[in-house]
Structure formats: structure tokens, C-alpha cells
Ligand binder design. Structure first.
Ligand code: ATP
Length: 321
């Protein structure tokens, strides 16, 4: 029989719990033992883990966050710290590790795998910046929360001829902003992938005013060249036609109840990770590509970020007329 460990790392994402549950029950179905690691790589280094039984992962599907806890553990970049984690794993008879997380977390997993310990990842981050999965666990829930906020802000904006610059998460990736912009009918979307000058944006907002818009909704990715508050300050003495306000959604986007999509994605990717291990595959990230659960080698995942689709960026622009 086999013994594996599972951890969640980096920013928490709605659906991580469903992924832990799926890894646990899929592995138990094969007769394996599963150890849940507390607080991400910090728990791995401290040897802080316990066995997860099928009942231990009940009642989790509808809960955001991660019941195992997550942590930022910068020390994990040091080889001697990772060696300590490996000694703990070996001493406990654990033969493989599943890492549920985003870019940084998969880089940590790749480093362990390079040291000879079978490790694989499950693609999970609300930013959707991870290569290896067209969509990652948590994105759909975060997007729906951003969308609800945009819808609400538009109601108040239209009543007062206001413009809102709404800052959404996504780190260096504009995916969340772009999707929220299209689905929320934003007048403008500002993403890190596309350069802009504040004056151009002021002019574009003014143009929306001249086209007879009752409101201006500008979705700003957190990684964009200028943030929402800077832009509102800059526009203070510019004529845009609208009274402008900045709203930063921040961590509100993380804590939501996972959507059906995120629960299904997490259930499938978690099971996919166990399937891969069963076939002797490690050193990969398990993701969803063209509707199929598939694996991508760490070497194609780490050190990169996913870009946004130029077609979708164009669509956001055309539909904002
Ligand atoms: P998200 O993007 O959703 O916040 P993430 O996985 O990218 O998630 P990070 O904070 O970048 O989050 O990384 C999580 C953890 O992964 C770090 O705290 C660290 O323990 C580990 N890690 C990151 N980069 C490396 C690296 N180069 N080598 C080893 N470990 C790393």
C-alpha cells in the first residue's frame, strides 16, 4: 500500500477544500493512506501532518479557503530547508506529495521533485496565471464575486453619473479583470499585459460620456501599470464627464462559497492527481485543457505566466461601445 501527502500553498482559493477531499477519497479508494499537511510548506518543514480519513474531509465542498491552512514560506527556496522537509517525509514513510496551489507553490514542488522526491501539482489560484491549466481552481468563484460587485456598483454609478475604477486581483495577469470586464459590461479594462497612459484613459472615459453612457465602469487589474486610486487622483482635474471613485475589491474576492464549476474542477483535478501517481507519473501539474484532465511537466510550467487572449481583449473593447 502507498502513503501520500497533500498540502495547499500560496494564496487560498475557493475550491481548494474540494481538491483536498478529492485527493483524499480517490487515494483511499485505491487503498492508500493520505497525510494532510498543515500550513503548506511550513508544515512540511515542521513535520506537521496527520492522517486524513474519508470522514475527515466531509462537509468541505461548500467551504471556501482551505481547512489544511496555507502559508507563505520563503525559507522553502533554500535547499537545506527542503532537505529537512524531505527527511520528515522519508521518516514518515510518505512516497509522494500533491501540492495544490499557484505559480510559486508549483515552483516549490518542482524543486522537491528535482531532489528526487515524487511531487506533482494541482492547478489552483484565483489569478489564473498558471501555465498548464486553461482554468485554475478558484478563478470561477473569484470572477463571480467580482461580477456581483461590478453589477452593484453600476446601479449606484448610473444613479449619479459616476465612474467607478474597480480594482480586481490577478497579480501580473489580467485574466480576472478581462473576464469580469466582459461579463460585467465594463466601459474599459486595464490589464498588465497592455501598456497605457493615464491621459488615454481619461480621454476614453470622456468618450464614453459623449456616447451617452450613464456610467463608466473601468475594471483595473491589480498588476496594471497604474492602480485605481492613482488613476482617480490623476483624473481629479481632468474633464471626463463623470465623478470618479475607486473601489478595491481585494480579499473579498477570495472568501466566497465555491461555485459549482470550481467544485467540479477541483473534484476532477484532485482525482487526476491520484490517477497520475497511480500510473507512476510525477513532476507535473494536473490541469484542465480542452475539457480534459491532463498533465504538464513542471519544466513547462515554472518561471512562466499565462497571457491573456488578444481576441478577448478586442471583444471587451467592441462590446463597450
Ligand atoms: P497565488 O498566486 O494564488 O497566491 P502561489 O502558489 O503563486 O499562489 P506564492 O506565495 O508565490 O503563491 O508561493 C507559495 C509558496 O511556495 C511560497 O511561500 C514558498 O514557500 C513556495 N515557493 C515559491 N517560490 C519558490 C521557489 N522558487 N522555490 C521553492 N519554493 C518556492
Amino acid at each position: 500500500s502507498r502513503k501520500i501527502a497533500v498540502l495547499t500553498s500560496g494564496g487560498d482559493a475557493p475550491g481548494m477544500n474540494a481538491a483536498i477531499r478529492s485527493v483524499t477519497r480517490s487515494a483511499i479508494a485505491k487503498g492508500w493512506t493520505v497525510m494532510g499537511v498543515n500550513q503548506g510548506y511550513a508544515g512540511l518543514v515542521a513535520g506537521d501532518y496527520r492522517e486524513l480519513a474519508a470522514r475527515d474531509v466531509g462537509g468541505l465542498l461548500s467551504k471556501g479557503g482551505t481547512f489544511l491552512g496555507s502559508a507563505r514560506c520563503p525559507e522553502f527556496q533554500k535547499e537545506d530547508v527542503r532537505e529537512k522537509a524531505l527527511r520528515n517525509l522519508n521518516r514518515s514513510g510518505i512516497g509522494a506529495l500533491v501540492v495544490i496551489g499557484g505559480n510559486g507553490s508549483q515552483t516549490g514542488g518542482a524543486a522537491l521533485n528535482d531532489m528526487g522526491f515524487p511531487t506533482l501539482g494541482v492547478a489552483s489560484t484565483i489569478d489564473n496565471d498558471l501555465v498548464g491549466s486553461e482554468i485554475t481552481i478558484g478563478v470561477d468563484t473569484a470572477l463571480n464575486i467580482a461580477l456581483e460587485a461590478i453589477d452593484r456598483l453600476r446601479v449606484t454609478a448610473a444613479s449619479h453619473q459616476r465612474g467607478f475604477l474597480i480594482e480586481v486581483m490577478g497579480r501580473k495577469c489580467g485574466y480576472l479583470a478581462l473576464m469580469a470586464g466582459i461579463a460585467g459590461g465594463a466601459e474599459l479594462v486595464l490589464v498588465p499585459e497592455i501598456d497605457f497612459e493615464p491621459d488615454q484613459i481619461a480621454e476614453a472615459i470622456h468618450d464614453a460620456y459623449r456616447r451617452g453612457k450613464a456610467h463608466a465602469m473601468v475594471v483595473v487589474a491589480e498588476g496594471a501599470k497604474h492602480n485605481a486610486e492613482q488613476l482617480v487622483r490623476y483624473f481629479h482635474d481632468k474633464n471626463t464627464g463623470f465623478e470618479l471613485r475607486a473601489t478595491i475589491l481585494g480579499h473579498v474576492q477570495r472568501g466566497g462559497t465555491p461555485t459549482a464549476y470550481d467544485r467540479l474542477l477541483a473534484s476532477r483535478l484532485g482525482a487526476g492527481a491520484v490517477e497520475a501517481l497511480d500510473k507512476g507519473i510525477s513532476g507535473v501539474v494536473v490541469g484542465m485543457n480542452q475539457g480534459v484532465v491532463s498533465t504538464t511537466p513542471y519544466s513547462e510550467v515554472t518561471g512562466r505566466t499565462k497571457g491573456i487572449s488578444p481576441e478577448l481583449y478586442q471583444l471587451a473593447h467592441v462590446l463597450s461601445r
